[in-house]
Design a protein around this ligand. Structure first.
Ligand code: SAM
Length: 463
């Protein structure tokens, strides 16, 4: 039987891996630097293999760990209930968790860890390196040279060395939107034009001499131009993948369009070594406006393939999290409750107040999200003004009121991200929030994984 083997890089809490496994992939190795995230992966693998008879012993051991010693009784009771969930799928069962800095790991070490038989090739390499869009003009050296700037190149290196049939590269949509200085070379001999190799760009940024030749004809007679381009970071990344022979497809997908109760746009690049055709998955959900489901411009309005007959409305936060009540506040009145989201690392960023009958806004790695319930009749403007200041000590023309509020629990955050509610997260509250806020929602990864398998089946020669 065909195996859709996976090497996962920058795995974090495993959102991308989980979704790809849901689509039928089998993770062989999963690499991650951060020890808490590695422990998340290891312990979930172990928990998935643990039978109900020994689950209580497993949970006892978990609770004795240092990161849980500060937990209140209520918090540990909630954790135990979450982990005791009865039906657990068996994720990551073939996966070796390879802890370490990818910059120090040779591709052949990863391949050995995959334990593939000689006749079997690796099907896919997937990962989402932390990567800020590259610099704007004038700041090239400062930004290109930071420790995260070239992590994407580690991903390219592993793909170049192991040559999987497919790769999935996932990242922030800012790569497509931010203006970036692109250095383009033009060959005087064959007229080739494209971004200069990334390594050369970095070397030049550091003031180190490095020459290069035309990638098409090998001639050294090339000129270099600099241009500030919107989406230039993506151009630079795509050029590297194309340089190693992959045909690339890219798109921004919103997790809410695939059933997540969260608006979360991610940029995906899918690459095919054999230049197979690939089609992006079609959304299953659509935004609902006052006039009904917002039409998909790609689909006809009426008929069997119409927008209206195919798509479900976006899932709301209320339905996904609180339709049976909140664990502390009971049944919620949607006229009184809102979600407050605030960036806890950049406190001056404008906080967000969000209605519960929508998918949540993006909950990033550094965002704190609280459910806030106000007394009857507090005007919306005041709820907004009081954000995060629960006693209302911000200036305004209405008297402050006391608003009850609670940080979203691990389970609520996991549900917004479409992880199974029993997924174990290792570490302190901040470390857990970081892992979950960094993740790709598994429903989104599953849709991309399914599309790759379909593309591979259609493109491969029939047996
Ligand atoms: C955006 S998160 C990935 C989230 C993951 N794809 C998911 O769906 O859960 C990026 C991850 O890369 C890891 N990372 C950062 N630098 C690394 C390095 N040098 N080597 C390996 N992993 C690294 C971070 O610890 C972080 O967990």
């Amino acid at each position: 039987m065909k195996r859709f083997t996976l090497l996962s890089l920058f795995a974090g809490a495993g959102g991308l891996d989980l979704g790809l496994e849901m689509a039928g992939f089998e993770t062989l190795v999963t690499n991650e630097l951060e020890p808490h995230a590695c422990e998340t992966l290891r312990l979930n693998k172990k928990m998935c293999a643990t039978g109900d008879g020994t689950l209580d012993t497993f949970i006892d051991t978990v609770l004795k760990q240092r990161c849980y010693q500060q937990m209140t009784k209520e918090e540990s009771a909630i954790l135990v209930k979450r982990l005791q969930h009865r039906s657990r799928d068996k994720f990551l069962q073939s996966a070796e968790v390879f802890e370490g800095d990818i910059r120090q790991i040779e591709s052949k070490q990863l391949l050995e860890a995959c334990r593939l038989e000689e006749k079997n090739e690796l099907f896919c390499v997937a990962g989402g390196p932390p990567c800020q869009p590259f610099s704007r003009a004038g700041k090239r050296q400062a930004v290109d040279d930071v420790k995260n700037g070239d992590l994407f190149f580690e991903f390219v290196r592993v793909v170049r060395d192991l040559r999987p049939r497919w790769f999935v590269f996932e990242n922030v949509k800012g790569l497509l939107l931010t203006k970036t200085e692109v250095l383009t070379t033009t060959c005087k001999t064959c007229n080739y034009s494209g971004p200069i190799p990334f390594r050369t760009r970095i070397a030049w940024g550091r003031g180190e001499a490095e020459t290069f030749s035309c990638p098409q004809c090998g001639n050294h007679d090339v000129t270099v131009n600099s241009q500030l381009t919107r989406g230039g970071s993506l151009d630079i990344i795509l050029a590297e993948f194309e340089r190693i022979g992959y045909r690339c497809y890219h798109s921004i997908l919103n997790a809410a369009d695939f059933g997540a109760p969260q608006i979360r746009d991610r940029l995906f690049i899918v690459g095919s070594r054999d230049h197979l055709p690939f089609t992006w998955p079609a959304p299953t959900h659509r935004e609902v406006t006052k006039n009904g489901v917002k039409p998909d411009p790609q689909l006809p309005l009426f008929g069997p393939n119409s927008t209206l007959s195919n798509l479900k409305p976006w899932q709301t936060m209320y339905d996904a999290l609180w339709s049976h009540g909140h664990f502390r506040y009971g049944m919620l009145d949607k006229r009184k409750a809102v979600l407050w989201v605030k960036n806890v690392v950049r406190p001056h960023d404008e906080p967000v107040t969000w209605h519960l009958d929508r998918p949540s806004p993006t909950i990033g790695a550094h965002q704190g999200a609280k459910l806030a319930v106000a007394p009857e009749g507090v005007p919306e403007a005041q709820l907004k003004r009081q954000q995060w200041h629960t006693r209302g000590n911000r200036q305004g023309d209405t008297k402050p009121v006391l608003i009850i509020h609670a940080y979203l629990s691990d389970e609520e955050l996991l549900r917004l991200q479409t992880f199974p509610p029993w997924w174990y997260l290792h570490g302190t509250r901040m470390q857990r929030a970081l892992q979950i806020g960094n993740a790709v929602p598994p429903v989104l990864a599953r849709a991309v994984g399914t599309a790759i398998i379909e593309g591979d089946n259609e493109g491969s020669p029939k047996q």
